[in-house]
Design a protein. Sequence first.
Length: 499
Amino acid sequence: MTMKTIDHWISGKSVEGASGNYGPVTDPATGAQTTRVALASVEEVDAAVAAAKEAFATWGTSSLAARTAVLFAYRALLDAHRDEIAELITAEHGKVHSDALGEVARGLEIVELACGITTQLKGELSTQVSSRVDVSSIRQPLGVVAGITPFNFPAMVPMWMFPLAIACGNTFVLKPSEKDPSAALLLAELAGQAGLPEGVLNVVNGDKVAVDRLLEHPDVAAVSFVGSTPIARYIHTTASAGGKRVQALGGAKNHMLVLPDADLDAAADAAVSAAYGSAGERCMAISAVVAVGGVGDELVAKIRDRAEKIKIGPGNDPTSEMGPLITKAHRDKVASYVTGAASQGADVVLDGTAFTVEGFEDGHWIGLSLLDHVSTDSDAYKDEIFGPVLCVLRAETYEEGLDLINSSPFGNGTAIFTRDGGAARRFQMEVQAGMVGVNVPIPVPVGYHSFGGWKDSLFGDHHIYGNDGVHFYTRGKVVTTRWPNPEDGGVDLGFPKNH
């Protein structure tokens, strides 16, 4: 029996893979391969870019009314298919259904932002800057743009990119993760049903061959990326060397600073949710708690008590609160940080490496791990683990905790838990991170503010979505205009000569 193949989406239709190369797509809960995905050749990437370039000739000059009509219809279709999209995410990524639904909801926020693109693209006008001279500023689309997206949010991150890009008049080539590509293909299919013209949104599945071709293709004007820091740096270096715009969002080591006056129950709830939600496979996960003063022991006890009650199981089980990791290789890598933690000085409060689920023994399971008294030179602290492992560090003062956070090479998100408004205000001004939460553990901005970090968490000048997203997917043009008055000569329009 031939295994089902996940193909590409080019020019408004499914296109069978022709390279002869395929990758496995597995169910993380069982470990079994369920489908295979076609991996694009250079020629197949070129076909997608050519389709997008051809479509740009008309889509790029289409009216805002025509674009937003499609986007409003698209938003309605996405809303009607929430469960179907979420089920695909659970089947290939493994996250529980409620997390998958939350992912779809956050992606929909950007579709809704794109529906209001008419106000986002308004230009500026200065009249009479000199005698009968006006100056206006307008924004125009770039052309063909590409998105390269990660496995951990297979629907949300693509929706952080292409709706805004196409609303601005660009056409788009999406290269989703080959580990869980089906959600992206459904998003493209629904866009076609909403009336998006052929070639405006294309999906090519693939590996490094496809990525490198998009980075070097002369007809690709800009590249958006979300993934690990080493790959983000590579994307930025390679694509920008070819003159392309790049927004490359990298990895993270997000800290949560807990001051002595904090509500420790609220802080423990937040730490468990932010560290272990989505099995820790998110760039905004809290992976390091910095306990200030004497609150560490009590806080760790409260986190442990809550973590031990989390129900781990298949994502399609309504009672499950956390699912498996994406692949066995990733599961083993995450486990290695826990098994090596004690030798590097940490107290292993919870060790989830031996966890399994009865009846699903071949799934990519790992339990929740909690490491206390972690040192800043240990591997568990220095590396982005991307799994359900929470490190707790100790600091005597606010200043020591702040210095610890600011010494990290990452600067994606951070949070402070305190009842002191002055301390919170000082932290939000002094901490070196792109997104800050005050008693909010995962400060992902709403759609009309932009998402992005500092330091090794972002390569490029623009954050994603919000105003930065609109600016990234457009370029400015300034027009200076001077028109002669009728009495200056030329065609006589019948104006009295003495006016």
